[in-house]
Design a protein around this ligand. Structure first.
Ligand code: GTP
Length: 171
């Protein structure tokens, strides 16, 4: 490895899934914000993990911003898709958004690995990662490696494991 200096990772997911909180938790402690605000449209963030430098785009999950996701597909080396594992009803919407993304011409058939965080695993009634994988239909994905990982962006639990998987795919 050691070829590419910085890898571009898209951090996507519906609004309120925890994307901004997650990116804040991945930052070195001295750079962490005290209060995470809802993402206005999209913002860039950089962090190091597992020997890989990530340049992450946190794209707002608010419905009016979803067209913005597509602008970042072409440059993405990997995608982190964040879902609120405790919001069972919206998992159906998350699945639709994920399927749209994977079918997009700039994404379809590319090897760019997909990491799904089953976030808010600390919340009551959060679904286990295997159930989130089933709800999202991940088993149908055949063009790229994928992995689902339980996480709590609030406590940081699971984040390092997920990012280590991603780094191993990209090294
Ligand atoms: P948008 O910017 O609107 O797209 O939302 P987002 O996906 O960036 O979500 P954000 O990080 O703003 O988090 C939304 C809410 O969920 C906040 O109140 C967070 O504190 C809360 N939250 C995020 N992650 C977790 C988690 O792991 N567990 C729990 N219990 N709450 C979380």
């Amino acid at each position: 490895g050691g070829g590419r200096a910085e890898l571009t990772v898209l951090v996507l997911g519906l609004d309120n899934s925890g994307k901004s909180t997650m990116l804040n938790a991945l930052r070195p402690p001295e750079l962490r914000a005290q209060h995470v605000m809802p993402t206005v449209s999209h913002q860039q963030d950089r962090f190091q993990s597992g020997g890989v430098s990530f340049s992450a785009w946190d794209v707002s999950g608010a419905p009016r911003h979803r067209a913005l996701w597509e602008r970042h597909y072409r440059a993405a080396h990997a995608v982190i898709f964040v879902v609120d594992a405790a919001d069972h009803l919206r998992l159906v919407v998350a699945r639709e958004e994920l399927e749209l993304m994977l079918a997009h011409p700039d994404m379809f058939g590319r090897r760019a690995p997909l990491l799904v965080f089953a976030n808010k695993s600390d919340a009551p009634h959060a679904l286990a990662p295997m159930l989130v994988a089933a709800a999202l239909g991940l088993e149908k994905i055949s063009d790229r490696p994928w992995h689902v990982c339980a996480s709590s962006a609030l406590s940081g639990a699971g984040l390092a494991d997920g990012v280590a998987w991603l780094a191993a795919q990209l090294r």
